[in-house]
Design a protein around this ligand. Sequence first.
Ligand code: GDP
Length: 532
Amino acid sequence: MPTDSIAAEVSRRRTFAIISHPDAGKTTLTEKLLLYGGAIDMAGSVRARRNQRHATSDWMAMEQQRGISITSTVLQFGYHDHQINLLDTPGHQDFSEDTYRTLAAADNAVMLIDAAKGIEAQTRKLFDVCRMRGIPIFTFINKLDRPGREPLELLDEIEKVLGIDVFAVNWPIGMGETFRGVYDRLLHAVHLFDRTQGGRRIAPVTVGSIDDERMRALMDEQTYLQVAEEIELLDAVAAEFDQRRVEQGLLTPVFFGSAANNFGVQLFLDAFIDFASKPGIHRADTGIISPEDTDFTGFVFKIQANMDPQHRDRVAFIRVCSGRFEKDMTVHHTRLGKKVRLSRSLKLFGQERETVEEAYAGDIVGVINPGTFAIGDTICLGKPVAFEGIPLFAPEHFATLRNPNPSRYKQFLKGVTQLREEGAVQVLFHQDEAKRDPILAAVGQLQFDVVRFRLESEYNVETLLEPLPWTMARWVSAKHPDDLETIDWYFDSLGLKDVEGRLVILFKTPWGLQQMSERNPHLQFHEIAPSS
Ligand code: GDP
């Protein structure tokens, strides 16, 4: 395929993930983006789909039991001439390492904030991962239809707490009961919305200049005067909008709205299409891979096991980085050094699977190849390349995993090793080799349940899990290896090693970490595993 037609496909694509704390409105916003993208006619269907799939017979037993969603979905929809890939980041009880890994496959992030709550814990953690990758971050401040915090105060919080500059692209007109719409600061236009029944359909909008008497007449006089004053103030003090700084992740464009009422959703989507980065370059061992390169490349960022015994397949989610993916293609698997035919390639919309015929950089395809893939694997055509792997993120939950039945020990070890390789959980070991029970370490509690469930159903091994009181882990490195032998230990900490033999120290509180780092200024503590 000629390079310029690949380039045209790449430039149409926008791939992003929403980062937020539970209840900020991610499901609602996702649904509204689909509504405005024309992928659904009426809001309510995504949630309905979510509920409905619990009723289907081939759904994971565990999901049914717990009534939650483990599978993250990739939603692809067209908007004007663009192709949008929205990667769903698992949240709530299903928050896990997958949530972080999904961000490794996104080119942009949308940070969703509840106007009454401001920055919350989970948003902050996810923000840090995006910041580390240097991807553009767009902010949508939601629920303006309810009494919330002052817009200026929220902007201030984003700048101070997250350390990123802000540019308010639009400004709310009223708040709570009086919330009528937004003023677009780039296009200098007022957008006044009408509420629709339950926000299920696109909100009718009246657009005009702020100086237009007819627009003014549509607003409450006091609200109008306040907005006019705030906009003047913002224009006088705020920095200019700088697209380059947005691309570098140094400036976040901020939008106000109400996902539930569809206020500001379309303006957001339009601006997002304009300002978001198209699929970018990726670093590999051979150098930079550009999305327009003709040779296909991609990497695995997530592996989803279907726990239903009738359909015990594993879907490896691949982020396409360059070239053209085609159904049934045979690719080079760099880690294994062999050819693999991608015979079953899927696009997933919620639980619905559809065969993918072709895909380009920025797209996500799911392939079913049992046991062939691990997190971070590269597949490619042409000259073999290997992308920089997906980092390991500091776990926050720890437990000893025991196998009470010695005759199953071999199976137990095999299962734990395979699940670790697949990325279902991290495994840590005592420095003292005599202590054989592995310690499971995870970003989300659910990962433990998944591991135990799969050990039992796939390896026929029952296990006992003993939760441990640690809540933080840091990989530790030193300039001189000898420094790792002379550590001044804080009593409430535990030194372990990871599967590559790197030192990992566990703590119960941030205080413990602080104590250790003060006592050992020669050591570096990492939230993300340093390359060994
Ligand atoms: P998630 O946990 O982030 O996926 O959040 P949901 O989309 O499930 O929303 C959490 C709650 O906030 C639900 O009750 C939504 O109806 C509500 N919600 C979402 N957006 C808005 C909004 O713009 N205004 C108001 N008042 N409520 C909203």
